[in-house]
Design a protein around this ligand. Structure first.
Ligand code: HEC
Ligand code: HEC
Length: 271
């Protein structure tokens, strides 16, 4: 009796076993299809980002949002160690020559996405031969201050005088006789050749403006003396081998947005 009753049950069990994989396979297929759709969408967005004129991405709402999301992640991972999570410079990097990316002063160019993209790809004084490397700050206390052109060694007194000139440019109190002598040192030492006759810098070679409160290394007399005596050559690494073309563009869009949004809040504050 028990054998008879268990017959259909066994058949039912067999049928169940035969058909059970179908819903599982269907679910797996749906998941795979969804993944494929997401991947294709992601790829086509990356392709559109790469086809776009980089300098217009911030004005195209759909491209902008995706680029900023991706760019922020790349920035936090690869740039924040030096530039800080907010682009204002990492706390433990004060005085290391890392520029604030949220202000409107650019060492190189004008902060356009295409310009930043080239910096991310090839770097500044990086080992990449296409990186920016047109000029560095000479070391005026040494016998041969600069490899690329002959420049005079400065005495400690001459360095003090030109430091007083720069202190006066920052709007701080300086010794007037030393400032007058500092002008002569500025001419003799060729400072004007890179920083410009008016010391407002040259963004074609990365020479900073020496007449405002924004500094790479600090504006105290002691730091200025160290800069002039020992020279400076800040490095931003090249990411050409480490990031994809889409990641490089996205992080450049994000870095450019840092100063763009700053300009909006400044305007808001002003109104
Ligand atoms: C190892 C530290 C370091 C890392 C990592 C780094 N940077 Fe830099 N970056 C610097 C320094 C230092 C400078 C200034 C170079 C100079 O003195 O000319 C700089 C300069 C720049 C500039 C030029 C700013 C201007 O005023 O013209 C940009 C743009 C920039 N970095 C973007 C990035 C981005 C984006 C990343 C990440 C993909 C990155 N950097 C990673 C140290 C770094
Ligand atoms: C060959 C070009 C060149 C000459 C000549 C030159 N500089 Fe510079 N100077 C630079 C560059 C490039 C930098 C930026 C270095 C860096 O980014 O790390 C710089 C940086 C500086 C800084 C640091 C600015 C900051 O924001 O922290 C000071 C100060 C300075 N120069 C003063 C002088 C004075 C004074 C002279 C003349 C005695 C002089 N420089 C001559 C190219 C030059």
């Amino acid at each position: 009796m028990t054998g008879k009753r268990s017959g259909p049950t066994r058949r039912q069990t067999l049928v169940w076993h035969a058909f059970r994989p179908i819903p599982i396979a269907a679910a797996a297929l749906v998941v795979l299809l969804l993944l494929a759709v997401v991947l294709v969408h992601h790829r086509s967005r990356e392709a559109r980002l790469l086809r776009a004129d980089p300098d217009t991405v911030l004005n195209q709402p759909d491209l902008r949002r995706a680029a900023l999301d991706q760019g922020r992640a790349v920035f936090l991972r690869h740039c924040a160690g030096c530039h800080g999570p907010d682009g204002r410079g990492a706390d433990d990097r004060g005085g290391a020559g890392v520029p604030d990316l949220t202000d409107h002063e650019w060492l190189y160019g004008e902060g356009q996405v295409s310009e930043i993209e080239a910096i991310v790809r090839y770097g500044i004084r990086s080992r990449n031969p296409k990186g920016w490397n047109l000029a560095s700050m000479p070391a005026y206390a040494s016998l041969h201050p600069y490899a690329a052109e002959p420049l005079p060694t400065l005495t400690p007194g001459e360095v003090d005088d030109v430091v007083q000139l720069l202190v006066s440019y920052e709007g701080l109190q300086a010794n007037p006789q030393a400032v007058a002598r500092g002008h002569a040192v500025f001419t003799k030492a060729g400072c004007w050749d890179c920083h410009g006759p008016d010391a407002r810098g040259d963004s074609a070679i990365g020479a900073p403006n020496l007449r405002d409160a924004i500094t790479l290394y600090g504006g105290s007399a002691a730091v200025l003396r160290q800069t002039i005596e020992q020279g400076r050559k800040g490095v931003s690494p090249a990411f050409a081998d480490r990031l994809s073309a889409a990641e490089i563009r996205a992080v450049a869009v994000y870095a450019a947005s840092l100063s763009h949004s700053a300009s909006r809040s400044v305007r808001k504050d002003a109104s």
